[in-house]
Design a protein around this ligand. Structure first.
Ligand code: BES
Ligand code: MN
Ligand code: MN
Length: 454
């Protein structure tokens, strides 16, 4: 069998050139002006899979396409892996904070900078390349493989669940593998066992019909900005807990053993604080930082809009105020229930002199997986071989909403195998992927296929 080194040597510089081509496509799913770019990225993935020998369809949806690639010639009794990734990216703004332009990939100091370098085009690419190299050297794969690449992950995957249902038969698999997360630390590979869910809303406050002179009306007419500030302040108590009645009712408690495992990880808390640049860390009383990130739910204000924010002073009484608020959820919280709980709470605390409205944006279910089974064990061995140490079992504070749907609809376990590094600026300016992990990631995946063959 060809070794990973030999296979990688054979493609040489093409490894980076092709990834750069992929990253140059500004596949921003949230922006309608990028609709054609998103499609170009889908076609790029489709072409790659076809050239590798996969039967490939770029499936239209009401939103952005889903790319479906199938190679099912491993023979009777061979297991099937489903590889999922997303080829869409977050908007790159604010552009002036990027050291090099987001869609002009550049390697500096061992880091490959571009929007999507880690989340998730770079990591999806590792899978595409591993498949291509295997097919190139062996002419076949040791297992059946289905690839599902979507273009709407960053907007909540609205078309993917209907796709999973419509294409259910062709997606039958023994395990789902996703590389859309990070390693615990440099040199410390990880397998993920949990993700938080998400419920995202907007809170709108309306007082007067329109903005008013803050001297002529202020003091007698409700100020929407002030009211909104009070509402937002009511969402937490002094211990950093979410103060919405019922919010914790379904929260599953991690047992002492699971908490001890988290406590035993080599976490550099001061390094984490330093990475954020904040003078200090804070959160729910009674929990450590990793627990606050992985196993406890949160409520975060993501954006605020009200009144005058331009240059200089303007004496105005805002009629309207809006906050974007998202909740990170843990098992067994139900994202569908959260907006109702929030509405009830706001009704109880909002003054009757304003109108308050909660509008729902997207949802995603939390997930906790069982870290076991043959594919999990194969991944553990593959990571150990390529990184020279056993992976740690970690959680993740972020969300990949489709993960719990995969488990439910396909009845297959999901394995999250990330090659990004902490601090790689996902969704932020100067997103990067560790350049050396292109080879490391592909090597790991090649070992994984070897381990699956047994
Ligand atoms: N890949 C991320 C999720 C993630 C973030 C995993 C950090 C591991 C570490 C994914 O693309 C993402 O950004 N998800 C969104 C949710 C989505 C509905 C917009 C998130 O977590 O905010
Ligand atoms: Mn992602
Ligand atoms: Mn993302």
């Amino acid at each position: 069998m060809t070794t990973p080194d030999e296979s990688l040597a054979r493609i040489g510089a093409r490894l980076r050139e092709e990834l750069f081509d992929f990253l140059r496509i500004p596949s921003v799913s949230a922006r309608s002006e990028h609709r054609e770019d998103v499609r170009r990225a889908a076609d790029w993935v489709g072409r790659h899979l076809r050239a590798t020998g996969f039967e490939t369809e770029v499936v239209d949806t009401p939103g952005h396409p889903v790319v479906l690639g199938e190679w099912k010639k491993a023979g009777p009794g061979a297991p099937t892996l489903l590889i999922y990734g997303h080829y869409d990216v977050q908007p790159a703004e604010p552009l002036d904070l990027w050291t090099s332009p987001p869609f002009e990939p550049e390697i500096r100091d061992g880091r490959l900078y571009a929007r999507g370098a880690t989340d998730d085009k770079g990591q999806l690419y590792l899978h595409l390349k591993a498949l291509e190299l295997l097919m190139g050297s062996e002419g076949r794969l040791p297992v059946n493989v289905v690839v599902v690449a979507e273009g709407e992950e960053e907007i909540g995957s609205p078309s993917l669940l209907p796709f999973l249902r419509d294409y259910r038969d062709r997606l039958d698999c023994d395990a789902v593998i996703i590389s859309d997360s990070q390693m615990f630390a440099p040199g410390v590979p990880s397998l993920l066992s949990s993700l938080r869910g998400l419920a995202y809303v907007e809170i709108h406050v309306q007082g007067a019909r329109s903005d008013l002179h803050s001297g002529a009306y202020g003091g007698a007419v409700p100020n929407a900005a002030t009211v909104l500030a009070r509402l937002l302040a009511s969402l937490h108590d002094a211990d950093g807990r979410v103060a919405i009645p019922g919010f914790y009712d379904r929260v599953a408690h991690w047992d002492a053993e699971a908490r001890a495992a988290i406590g035993g990880l080599p976490f550099d808390e001061e390094g984490f604080r330093e990475e954020t640049g904040a003078p200090g860390l804070q959160g729910e009383a009674g929990y450590g930082t990793l627990e606050r990130l992985w196993i406890r739910p949160t409520c975060e204000v993501n954006g605020l809009l009200s009144g005058y924010t331009g240059e200089g002073a303007k004496t105005v009484l805002p009629a309207r105020a809006m906050a974007k608020v998202s909740f990170r959820l843990v098992p067994d919280q139900d994202p569908d229930e959260i907006p109702a709980l929030l509405r009830r709470h706001l009704q109880a605390v909002a003054p009757p002199q304003v109108r308050v409205e909660v509008r729902e944006l997207h949802h995603g279910r939390p997930w906790r997986g069982a870290p076991e089974g043959p594919v999990f064990e194969a991944a553990r061995r593959a990571l150990t071989r390529s990184f020279g140490r056993e992976p740690v079992l970690t959680g993740e504070g972020g969300s990949i909403p489709i993960v719990s749907d995969f488990e439910k609809v396909l009845g297959a376990p999901v394995l999250l195998l990330g090659f990004g590094l902490p601090g790689s600026n996902l969704h932020a300016p100067d997103e990067w992927f560790p350049d050396a992990h292109l080879e490391k990631g592909i090597e790991t995946l090649l070992y994984l296929y070897e381990e699956l063959e047994g």
